[in-house]
Write a protein that binds this ligand. Structure first.
Ligand SMILES: Nc1nc2c(c(=O)[nH]1)N[C@H]1C(S)=C(S)[C@@H](COP(=O)(O)OP(=O)(O)OC[C@H]3O[C@@H](n4cnc5c(=O)[nH]c(N)nc54)[C@H](O)[C@@H]3O)O[C@H]1N2
Ligand SMILES: Nc1nc2c(c(=O)[nH]1)N[C@H]1C(S)=C(S)[C@@H](COP(=O)(O)OP(=O)(O)OC[C@H]3O[C@@H](n4cnc5c(=O)[nH]c(N)nc54)[C@H](O)[C@@H]3O)O[C@H]1N2
Ligand code: SF4
Ligand SMILES: [Mo]
Length: 720
């Protein structure tokens, strides 16, 4: 048994559950990960990523020196460079001077609308706060967004409209105190595994009843009292039919509806056509299951709803989220412990990045940018002249790239995202990336997007820096430095402070008082001044178990559940929603619906997990097909197939499994050699601007072994 030199307590860098990690360090090497048994989030439990997925930080493909592309890149003809020989190692000074030159040149020539930035839901609150501050205060643009757009944008838009608050209302671990809970469009045992564990305990140990509403037979179906296997994209008819049953059978919580909501009478009228029979026709779910689910949830004392990407990532993601929100309003299952509206957040810090204003519409604290008072407050704090901040809402991530053309966005700074793997319709995305005039990548790896960049700024990993992150149930927790930064890599916040001072000097408005921070704690003290959710938080107060926002003052204990008295909007609004079919239904030529998502062992574009030991557990992509489809189409398990949509084609092996639904195939988004997003549809929800990742039409044809992508395509890339 090795005795560690030290054990450092920190927070997992992967998912929004926010598990505590104890990093065991010997000779400056992290060799083991355990967790604190007393921790309120995970009680010492970890999933495979938290326990074993940390070794990407030691990958020999990590880039730890600043780099500039050798060959100048012309807008329109930009290429990807994965090979070290295409880059020149430079000093930090040269990399940051070059970045400053180019950004300032473009800004002075074209103005603020030419500038854009992707913030990073993997980086800390402090990192994200600084990055949006640079682009807002120095480049005067609100073209600031991050992967939340590709994620819970549908849920956030719906929640803001109905209650004017978008975070999870309750704490996930309260599920053991519920007596019924719905999981819909969410696969917690793979994507929020420790919450999944708590949900299993809620059923098996504490007798809560689970309703799963999902097209795939996910693991949680084994624990469910009811499983409603709907066709992708038919959420609205199913939820509206449940509401129809609740209203018609007198199960409405009248007291709650009268005291806490508006718009009920008009809403109820729109439910007439949504009979369980009508919903069955559209969704394929037996009407009796819909009736039983409605009764079970409505009759519960404490009912929770958990949802995920199967609700949000549709061209009607906002409508399907509203459909769910109405169910909680009708039954009064919100505003108490073990109830609530719980959109499970994905990335370790997507809640925090959103809180920090990494969005085109908001300053930190969800303060609208087009509100004069808000703008004035931030101008004062940031020492910007009155009227200096931009009052116009900016472009979303999905719009930033489609605006990459002369006269539109010319410079893009990407801190820790990978649109060339994670945006829909990658063949289109590639064209947009090529159109950029200047691209900065700030990451640990040269990912598929950074390979297009002009300059690469090497950031440290989470284990090499200090800061805070905010998990799915609003718990702000510390990230602590366990080891020295590898090579010349620097923490994001330090890179950004350095860059900001150079930019402001070049712009001729030197004011470095607002860019000199000794530590991330100082950065938090700054945003806490104007964002009341964080006002009462200090690093000392976070020491052991963190605090759940809002924490409005220095002795406030934090907030495990929201809306006990009212909603931020006052009353909750019923906003009627109608059924809108998916944009690309299957037809004779493309007979299958493709739905995409994730697997337990991998993370999004794969930068982290595919450069870790986890890749050995799950090394190559598969398309999951139901046995019925495999039989009629004559496919065997493990056979190579070509899957094509109207936008692209990939070759990979089949996996014949009852987890899939007949007529629907599933693929994960993690594998560059068979990127699911070459196939997906870039149709957007008109309100939330989120793409329809969860449904597009594909055909599947037999392919030869020789057509399979080389299994090492990813590992061959970028040997450093
Ligand atoms: N291992 C791992 N964990 C992760 C991530 C990862 O990359 N890897 N990513 C993190 C991130 S950022 C996020 S956002 C979360 C996402 O976590 P989840 O929301 O669980 O994500 P998905 O797997 O994309 O989709 C969830 C479910 O939606 C279902 N679904 C598809 N279409 C529909 C539909 O029309 N209606 C309904 N009701 N359901 C549908 C799918 O069958 C699937 O079971 O995971 C986080 N956790
Ligand atoms: N087909 C399909 N596509 C999808 C989805 C889907 O369900 N289906 N889901 C969507 C969703 S929900 C999401 S959230 C997006 C995610 O999309 P992205 O955010 O683009 O994906 P990631 O692969 O998580 O990219 C994170 C990058 O950050 C880097 N990184 C890690 N830590 C740090 C750090 O501390 N500092 C810096 N600077 N960089 C760091 C990693 O190396 C990696 O390159 O994908 C979306 N795309
Ligand atoms: S559940 Fe999420 S936070 Fe917890 S160990 Fe797994 S990936 Fe990390
Ligand atoms: Mo996400």
């Amino acid at each position: 048994m090795i005795t560690p030199d030290r054990t450092v307590s920190t927070t997992c860098p992967y998912c929004g559950v926010g598990c505590n990690l104890q990093l065991h360090v010997k000779d400056e090497l992290i060799y083991r990960v355990t967790s604190d048994f007393d921790h309120p989030v995970n009680q010492g439990n970890l999933c495979v990523k938290g326990r074993f997925g940390y070794d990407f930080i030691y990958s020999n493909k990590r880039v730890t020196t600043p780099l500039i592309r050798k060959q100048a890149q012309a807008a329109g003809a930009r290429t990807q460079a994965f090979d070290r020989s295409e880059w020149r190692e430079v000093s930090w000074d040269e990399a940051l001077e070059y970045t400053t030159d180019r950004l300032v040149e473009i800004y002075k020539r074209d103005g603020e609308h030419a500038m854009a930035v992707y913030c990073c839901a993997k980086a800390t609150n402090e990192d994200n706060y600084l990055l949006q501050k640079i682009y807002r205060a120095l480049f005067r643009t609100n073209n600031v967004d991050h992967c939340t757009r590709l994620c819970h944008a549908g849920s956030v838009t719906a929640l803001l409209k109905s209650i004017n608050s978008a975070a999870m209302s309750n704490t996930a671990a309260e599920v053991i105190d519920s007596d019924c809970f719905i999981i819909t469009g969410s696969n917690p045992s793979e994507n929020h595994p420790i919450i999944g564990l708590q949900m299993k305990a809620a059923v098996e140990k504490y007798g809560s009843k689970l309703i799963v509403i999902d097209p795939r037979k996910i693991e949680m179906c084994d624990f469910a009292a009811l499983w409603l296997p709907l066709k992708p994209g038919t959420n609205v008819p199913v939820f509206n039919a449940m509401a129809h049953v609740i209203v018609n059978e007198g199960l409405v919580n009248r007291e709650f509806v009268e005291a806490r909501t508006t718009g009920y009478a008009d809403y109820v009228k729109t439910l007439d056509k949504f009979t369980p029979g009508y919903a069955e026709e559209i969704s394929g779910v037996d009407r009796n299951l819909i009736i039983d689910a409605a009764r079970m949830y409505a009759r519960a004392q404490r009912g929770m709803i958990f949802w995920g990407m199967g609700i949000s990532q549709l061209s009607h993601g906002t409508a399907s989220s509203l459909g769910l929100i109405h169910l909680a309003f009708l039954t009064g299952h919100v505003g108490r412990k073990a109830t609530g509206l719980n959109p499970l957040r994905g990335q370790n810090n997507v809640q925090g990045a959103s809180d920090m204003g990494a969005m085109p519409f908001f300053y930190p604290g969800y303060q609208w940018v087009d509100d004069e008072k808000n703008a004035q407050n931030w101008e004062q704090l940031w020492n910007v002249e009155p009227g200096g901040l931009n009052r116009k809402r900016g472009l979303t991530t999905t719009e930033i790239l489609t605006h990459a053309h002369p006269g539109g966005v010319r410079a893009l700074h990407i801190m820790g995202e990978n649109p060339m793997m994670t945006e829909p319709n990658l063949n289109e995305t590639r064209k947009h990336m090529q159109q950029l005039e200047f691209l900065v990548a700030q990451d640990l790896f040269i990912n598929e997007s950074g390979a297009f960049a002009d300059v690469f700024l090497p950031a440290t990993s989470w284990a090499e820096k200090e800061g805070t992150v905010t998990n799915t149930d609003r718990r702000v927790q510390r990230v602590r430095q366990a080891i020295a930064p590898r090579g010349q890599s620097r923490p994001d916040w330090e890179i950004l402070c350095d860059l900001a001072q150079r930019i402001e000097a070049r712009l001729g408005r030197p004011n470095s008082a607002i860019w000199n921070y000794d530590s991330p704690a100082q950065i938090m003290a700054e945003f806490g001044k104007l964002d009341s959710n964080y006002t009462g938080i200090t690093y000392e107060r976070l020491e052991r178990h963190g605090l759940q926002t809002p924490v409005p003052h220095a002795t406030h204990p934090g907030t495990p559940f929201l809306f006990a008295k009212d909603f931020p909007s006052g009353r909750g609004k019923f906003i009627p929603v109608d059924y809108v079919p998916i944009m690309e239904p299957p037809d004779e030529e493309y007979p299958f619906i493709l739905t995409t998502g994730r697997v337990l062992e991998h993370w999004h574009g794969g930068s982290m997990t595919r450069n870790s030991a986890l890749n050995e557990i799950y090394p190559s992509p598969v398309v999951e097909i139901h046995p019925v489809d495999a039989t009629w189409a004559n496919f065997t398990d493990g056979q190579p197939v070509r899957v094509s949509s109207r936008r692209g084609a990939i070759v990979l092996r089949t996996r014949v499994t009852e987890k899939a639904r007949a007529g629907v195939v599933f693929m994960s988004m993690h594998f560059a050699e068979a990127a699911a997003n070459l196939l997906t549809n870039d149709a957007l929800d008109p309100q939330a601007k989120i793409p329809e990742y969860k449904a597009c039409a594909v055909k599947i044809e037999p392919a030869a072994e020789a057509d399979l992508p080389h299994p090492e395509i990813r590992t061959e890339r970028g040997r450093w």
